[in-house]
Ligand binder design. Structure first.
Ligand code: OMP
Length: 243
């Protein structure tokens, strides 16, 4: 049986709420949560002040702004984001090799200039809300989905990134190919008792860890539960059986 505290450090809770009041209420309701993910909804709503709220409570921060633009623009965004002293930062692998390399260098520069630790820069391989059918018929990608996800992960690795965001369904293959030092952060995690919602490629928390995920990103199964504390407890208990 895994140590409860060690297990809890591998779950990142997505703080997908509309405003500061809702964010603080949730953070304070779940004091055991070590990692919070600030994404597009909350950051667009209240900006970097949420990062101060989290830092003042000694939380670790995944700033998930999913940059996807030309190299000069993503580099500028990563340079700025790195000054916040966050732990993880995202960019889409589809921004391409030049953008990924420029982003990696810029994140280092931004952090050094601000005198903070650089974030681990991780690339989105393929959103967990996309199915194999959508990849083929809507996005017109002529590769099998696992192969496409692997190609995006290899592109990120070759470009000097620290890891990727991937579906837990692809974690085992990526772990085997990219090695143990490459971070695998997996959203699309669903306990058997939770709704899948818009997630198309999910596994349970225990399955995701067994597949090789370093971190699990879990939002609504916890944050919209009638009792978020109970949902968190059930997930940590499930994980202690496999770690
Ligand atoms: O970058 C992410 O974190 C991310 C990538 C991805 O492919 N799929 C995905 O769901 N996410 C994020 O992970 C979280 C999942 O939330 P739930 O579906 O509520 O558990 C959301 O905040 C998404 O923005």
């Amino acid at each position: 049986m895994g140590n409860r505290e060690q297990v809890e450090q591998r779950v990142i809770v997505a703080l997908d709420v509309p405003d500061e009041q809702a964010a603080i209420a949730l953070i304070d309701q779940l004091p055991q949560v070590v990692w919070w993910k600030v994404g597009l909804e909350l950051f667009t709503s209240i900006g970097p002040k949420i990062l101060e709220v989290l830092k003042s409570r000694q939380k670790r921060i995944f700033l998930d702004l999913k940059f996807d633009d030309i190299p000069n623009t993503v580099a500028g965004a990563c340079r700025s984001a790195a000054t916040y002293g966050v732990d993880l930062l995202t960019i889409h692998a589809t921004a391409g090799r030049d953008a990924l390399k420029a982003a990696t260098e810029a994140a280092q520069e931004g952090a050094a200039k601000a005198g903070v630790q650089p974030p681990k820069l991780i690339a989105i391989t393929l959103l967990t809300s996309i199915s194999a059918r959508q990849l083929a018929f809507d996005l017109k990608i002529p590769l099998e989905l696992p192969e496409y996800a692997l190609e995006m992960a290899l592109l990120a690795q070759e470009s000097g990134l620290d890891g990727v965001v991937c579906s837990p369904q692809e974690a085992a293959q990526l772990r085997q190919t990219c090695g143990n030092d490459f971070l695998l952060v997996c959203p699309g995690v669903r306990p058997t008792w939770a709704d899948k919602g818009d997630q198309k490629r999910s596994l349970t928390p225990a399955q995701a860890i067994i597949a090789g995920a370093d971190y699990l990103v879990i939002g609504r199964p916890i944050t919209t539960a009638t009792e978020p504390e109970l949902a968190w407890k059930r997930i940590s208990e499930e994980l202690t059986t496999v770690t």
